[in-house]
Design a protein around this ligand. Structure first.
Ligand SMILES: *[C@@H]1O[C@H](CO)[C@@H](O)[C@H](O)[C@H]1NC(C)=O
Ligand SMILES: *[C@@H]1O[C@H](CO)[C@@H](O)[C@H](O)[C@H]1NC(C)=O
Length: 985
């Protein structure tokens, strides 16, 4: 074993006394003036309106039952009595019989039910209540099929006595049950004091909650991360951007509860209710009320318990993801690059100029998308060439595909649209029950139909259509939009009118005359005072012209009063219980395929039962279609409407947000809940989708989203351009943050590996990592990426500082600034003010971490091929650990993988290696933050073989030891042999 030469090291040691840091990246002294481009001039003194589709059957207006003072109290129903208890190995079953007269609160009571209690796994108990007599032919009750959505079952060994949880019940005055944790007797869920209501169109169950309970989840929502004790979560998939506190695109009916216990470790558990119907969860002071419009009660209670008897949120989440809905997909390496897209890039040369704009500004761009593949502006040969050039540069192309299929005009031969015709010939569309023909709603291209995903043939057709398209447009993945499924008119409005196709959607579009959006983010009047004045006069001019021109017809709606249940009859279009759907008038059919539209299965199942699963189903179909185009490769698809389990096949973006500071802030809580949902490939439309952004918001947002797995800038038509190179400040902020992101891509990829194999989370709430600090219970203005990276973004306009806490410091946790590797000094719970110039985002590394990094390149391909380095951030015991997962970045089933584990303690760094995947880049550098001086000597062995090193540089400066020149020991790859590096201080 040879001791390396120390000449450079000594020089460096001298520089230490100066206290300077060599790693500091200088901040820009001043940023070039960054004026937001102004919107288009408005000189329309008159406007010619497009011919809009008249509103057909404008949906009636309803009063949500939540807000209806005349609504009956279902808790006055009689409840059920249990009898005939039969014990089994996994638990017991019993009969539940209605304990009085039918109450017909919001449907027809079902008198005879079955109760099944199953201790399915040590950490999970399942309670199912469903009708004893199910008559599918009459659609008496649709129970969610296990073929559609995973239904967890007994593991074949757990019994009541080996379970973490225990169910107890009483029968007086009616059946009530509670779930407790066996180890400490803590009551987790309890219907005591409440009746169970089970009607064909209405189920209700109430659980008692502790004072000031802390509940998270119930996604998808735009709401604070901590849901609070006065919150209503409605589920009915809806095409409504930024619908704060209402129903949104996706349905994830589960929550995780944390209890802080005054100095003792906190406890945690979770509740999943597997049901896809329209539903509401009402969070109240001391109760949560769960209501659905049908189906069954299918509850999964999760103990959150660890082997040592403690319980935690992260364990609860892993139990939910791995045990109930399925582990998320591992994604291809390139999908973690930066994505740019926009609705309305006009043609190929515009797209080429955007790609060039990024390259000229040296801002990494991985991927590029557009809205349509129109044969005139996007000719086949041109597209092939364009995508070919992207591929040659290691870039990718992911086009958008809408969920509706355009129905061609039968009277116009040149309007032929084969995909619709081929599906129609095979009867693959959802049907209008009144005509028996394909349902004809409206969407962007005009009257359209929707695939019926219950039919296997629909999946075959979809795969064939995508394969045909791929021949002309060699895409790399597919982005599925409008999958709620969104319908722009009410009912099957194209019936008898297909000869009018293509029709304009029944509302004006962002680029129609006088539809210019003049909204700018908060603070724009300060950062761009002159422009703000011009915008406000342009806006006044537009408003004035609008007031003098033809007004759009306002559809007439009728107001329906309360709908009383009719004995023996279901009303799927207007169920007696009206959920608080965000759409105008609140009807289920508003903005959606009508609830009575039928599928082609033997039961003619209706959209009433399946609406919340359309997006889930089309994304699953798309995943398998892409897999056929690229056999053996991990399919990449992002979808807008998703359901519990979607993470197995698809990523998700937060939908149509706005260019506002609030929308940016809420994207963090939305991201955290998607981590809880086993759908970690999540990101928000960076810089905001609708409305205009400005350089301040766009800089901050490009910085923030760099720490989200799915990193994408996306913009609407007819607002200002917002690609990252449009402003010098946004460009600089983006370059800097992408250096950070790309250098830790392999860390993010490793986090995905743990998500895909163990149900761990990728982005993390501070409360998950520091579960015993109640002051962090609601925090989402800061978050972590994995266990090691703390992100403190700026979330308000026109500031150059940010406040943040450094969790765990009271218990000895150390934090280091990412850029300088200097330790942070902070007191417990102190809100520390950090400098945050416009082009800078605060990132801190947790002491105790070892992170493998790579030199950032322009693309993920380049980054992946660049040398590795290790960042060792010492904890207060001068120890650290971490791991790195490697594979080919592409294959669904890997020939070889490698997991490298790093341990540093007693001044020895050890790597251990499992698996044989070969990563070619060498290890060039090891950096140790938190060291106290220059090591006196260093020795290195790899695979038991000692190494001589004449030219290793070891430098000490400001608490940081930097060891470079290691590549010569690892020319065949950094992780080919187990290594040990001993330092002597
Ligand atoms: C379905 O309902 C109808 C009318 O209520 C009844 O006549 C028929 O027997 C029912 N079918 C089945 C399979 O129960
Ligand atoms: C939830 O619904 C109740 C009515 O039951 C209403 O009083 C309350 O304001 C709603 N909460 C929120 C946050 O909208």
């Amino acid at each position: 074993m040879m001791i390396v030469q120390w000449a450079t090291a000594i020089a460096a040691c001298l520089s230490f006394t100066s206290g300077e840091s060599s790693q500091q990246v200088p901040l820009l002294a001043a940023i070039a003036p960054d004026l937001s481009p102004l919107p288009l001039a408005q000189d329309n003194t008159q406007r010619i309106l497009p011919t809009l589709v008249p509103q057909v059957d404008a949906a009636p207006s309803l009063t949500p039952t939540l807000f209806d003072p005349t609504a009956p109290d279902a808790q006055k129903c009689p409840g059920y009595k249990a009898s005939g208890v039969t014990e089994s190995d996994s638990g017991f079953t019993a009969a539940l019989t209605i304990a009085g007269d039918n109450c017909q609160a919001y449907g027809n009571d079902i008198a005879d039910l079955v109760l099944e209690v199953s201790y399915q796994a040590k950490e999970r108990v399942n309670v199912r209540i469903y009708p004893k007599y199910i008559v599918p032919a009459n659609q008496t009750q649709y129970l969610l099929s296990p073929q559609l959505v995973d239904q967890p079952e007994w593991d074949g060994k757990t019994t009541k006595s080996s379970s973490d949880l225990e169910l107890t019940w009483i029968n007086d005055p009616s059946f009530q049950f509670k779930i407790t944790r066996s180890s400490d007797g803590e009551e987790l869920f309890s219907t005591y004091g409440h009746v169970i209501v089970y009607e064909d169109q209405f189920l209700e169950l109430v659980t008692n909650m502790i004072d000031e309970y802390k509940v998270y989840g119930l996604a998808e929502n735009a709401h604070d991360f901590l849901l609070g004790n006065d919150y209503n979560q409605t589920y009915w998939a809806v095409d409504a951007g930024n619908s704060i506190d209402y129903n949104s695109y996706g349905t994830y009916p589960w929550y995780q509860e944390t209890r802080y216990r005054n100095g003792k470790p906190s406890t945690a558990h979770g509740v999943y209710a597997r049901n896809a119907h329209g539903q509401e969860w009402l969070l109240r002071k001391n109760t949560i009320t769960y209501r659905t419009l049908g189906g069954s009660f299918d509850f999964y209670f999760l103990s959150g318990q660890n082997n040592d008897g403690s319980s935690s949120a992260v364990t609860t989440i892993a139990q939910y993801v791995s045990g109930c809905i399925g582990l998320p997909a591992m994604h291809q390496y390139w999908t973690f690059g930066f994505h740019q897209c926009r609705w309305g890039y006009q043609n190929i040369s515009v797209m080429q100029s955007i790609v060039k704009g990024y390259k000229d500004a040296n801002i990494p761009l991985e991927l590029y998308r557009d809205f349509t593949n129109d044969k005139v502006t996007f000719p086949v040969e041109g597209m092939r060439e364009f995508i070919g050039s992207l591929h040659a540069n290691g870039q990718h192309y992911v086009p958008i595909v809408d969920s509706n299929v355009y129905a061609p005009n039968p009277d116009n031969a040149s309007d032929a649209y084969e995909p619709w015709t081929r599906a129609n010939e095979q009867g693959l569309f959802i049907r209008d029950p009144t005509t028996g023909e394909p349902y004809l709603g409206g969407n962007w291209p005009g009257f359209s139909s929707w695939g019926d995903w219950l039919l296997p043939a629909t999946h075959v057709w979809w795969a064939e259509e995508l394969a045909k398209w791929h021949n002309d447009t060699p895409f790399d993945g597919i982005w599925i939009d409008l999958s709620e499924a969104s319908n722009f008119c009410d009912g099957s409005c194209g019936n008898g009118r297909l000869n009018e196709n293509p029709v304009h959607p029944p509302f004006l579009l962002p680029n129609d005359p006088l539809q210019m959006n003049f909204n700018y983010p908060l603070g724009f009047n300060i950062s761009n005072a002159t422009e703000a004045a011009a915008v406000s006069s342009a806006s006044a001019v537009q408003a004035s012209i609008l007031s003098h021109t033809t007004q759009l017809p306002v559809p007439t709606t009728i107001t329906l009063g309360r709908i009383e249940p009719t004995p023996g009859v279901r009303n799927v279009s207007f169920p007696p219980y009206v959920i608080n759907n965000v759409q105008n008038g609140h009807a289920l059919g508003k903005g959606a395929i009508s609830p009575d539209a039928t599928h082609n299965d033997q039961y003619n199942t209706t959209e009433y039962e399946l609406h919340n699963l359309f997006g889930y189903s089309i994304s699953n179909a798309t995943y398998h279609a892409i897999l056929q185009i690229f056999p053996g490769v991990r399919p990449f698809t992002v979808g807008r409407s998703t359901f519990a389990g979607s993470g197995k096949t698809t990523g998700h973006w937060g939908g149509d947000n706005t260019s506002t500071w609030g929308s940016m802030f809420l994207s963090i809580s939305q991201a955290l809940t998607f981590m809880m949902n086993g759908a970690p490939m999540f990101g928000a439309d960076t810089c905001g989708f609708s409305g205009n952004t400005d350089f301040d918001l766009c800089s901050r947002w490009m910085e923030l989203s760099a720490f989200f797995p799915f990193y994408r800038n996306h913009n609407i038509k007819a607002s200002i351009d917002q690609e990252a190179f449009r402003w010098s400040s946004v460009a600089e902020a983006s370059r800097r943050v992408m250096q950070v992101r790309y250098s830790m891509l392999t860390y993010m990829y490793t986090l995905f590996y743990y998500a895909a194999t163990e149900g761990q989370t990728v982005m993390r709430a501070l409360s998950w990592e520091f579960p015993n600090d109640p002051s962090l219970a609601g925090t989402y203005s800061q978050f972590m990426l994995g266990p090691s990276i703390l992100v403190t973004p700026v979330l308000v306009p026109n500031v150059d500082y940010v406040k943040g806490v450094f969790p765990g410091v009271g218990e000895g946790t150390k934090w280091y600034d990412w850029y300088t590797l200097q330790p942070v000094s902070a007191k417990p719970q102190e809100n520390v003010t950090l400098s945050a110039p416009l082009e800078h985002i605060n990132v801190h590394v947790r002491g105790g971490s070892i992170i493998a990094l790579q030199t950032p390149g322009y693309t993920t391909d380049e980054t992946r091929a660049s040398p590795y380095s290790l960042l060792i951030a010492l904890d207060s015991n001068e120890a650290a650990s971490g791991s790195l997962y490697l594979d080919d970045g592409v294959s669904l089933v890997q020939n070889a993988t490698k997991l490298v584990k790093f341990e540093y303690s007693n001044s020895i760094l050890k790597t251990s290696i499992q698996g044989s995947y070969h990563a070619a880049p060498p290890l060039s550098k090891v950096t140790i933050a938190g060291a106290s001086c220059l090591p006196k000597s260093l020795s290195l062995t790899i695979s038991g073989q000692p190494f001589e090193a004449a030219e290793i540089d070891v430098v000490y400066s400001g608490g940081v030891v930097t060891i470079t020149g290691l590549e010569k020991f690892t020319p065949n790859g950094a992780w080919e042999g187990e290594a040990e590096m001993k330092l002597k201080f």
